[in-house]
Design a protein around this ligand. Sequence first.
Ligand SMILES: Nc1ncnc2c1ncn2[C@@H]1O[C@H](COP(=O)(O)OP(=O)(O)O)[C@@H](O)[C@H]1O
Ligand SMILES: [Mg+2]
Length: 285
Amino acid sequence: MMDVLTPVSPALEFHHVTKRFPDAGYNAVDDVSLSIDEGELVTLVGTSGSGKTTLLKMVNRLYEPTAGQIVLRGHDIMAADPVQLRRGIGYVIQQVGLFPHMTVAENIAVVPKLLKWDSARTGARIDELLQLVQLDSAEFARRYPAELSGGQQQRVGLARALAVDPALMLLDEPFGAIDAITRDGLQNELLRIHAAHRRTYLFVTHDIREAFKLGTRVLIMHGGRVQQFATPDEIAAAPANEFVVELLASAGTSVGPSGEASVETSGGMSAGTSVGTSTGDDVRG
Ligand SMILES: Nc1ncnc2c1ncn2[C@@H]1O[C@H](COP(=O)(O)OP(=O)(O)O)[C@@H](O)[C@H]1O
Ligand SMILES: [Mg+2]
């Protein structure tokens, strides 16, 4: 294949990245080193308090590492202007963060406006993005966030993050507050959007089955440390340690290849199995 001749440059690299919050007696993220290739959809899964959000927020510089280096497409992120850096990174969170006083169209247009796109280009992009997330432009463009369901809000959040076609998308439990059926649809759409554009995605979840369904590779964290970083098949075939074994067991025994968990076909637990609590409590061992 041609690809083997093309030098592969990682999209995102972590070099011995550690984060200790002031006055904390432990590292929230502890000596993380890994590399993510262009076009991967890496899912990051772990118990509550394992450092997932902290790791993500260091990439767009909402948090600063205590030690180590993060390199985005060959550039140390600490050398970049944080505002410029963030405009080049899509960011989707569970609480969506749509501006309530702005319409759907205005919400999507926030970054294009900052980048001074003209109105024709912005309008065309809004239509294209609404189509991409399967919301009818005629019906939804002029609505306000309060007039949308949770799933629809999340679609708009996704559209907004994708507006300027960022090379990197960071998603922090984006579907965490969505019911199981809607979430399944959103997951499928995310897979479709990712396959169409081949941008790099880093997707945080505490739902092991979501992680296995979406991830080209799954990054398992616990206590701020990487437990395993491999494809779903590799993890299922050879869990790296006892924690990973237990995590897989919590998803209902066999999270097999392509993320099909046995409990799904037996009709139970369609909401997906989550690990730990969602309270943000520290559950370190
Ligand atoms: N802003 C903060 N200040 C102090 N401690 C924090 C802050 N954010 C997170 N932590 C702590 O860092 C650890 C990791 O948290 P977090 O990254 O939010 O975990 P996760 O997203 O995996 O649930 C937890 O022990 C948490 O209490
Ligand atoms: Mg979190």
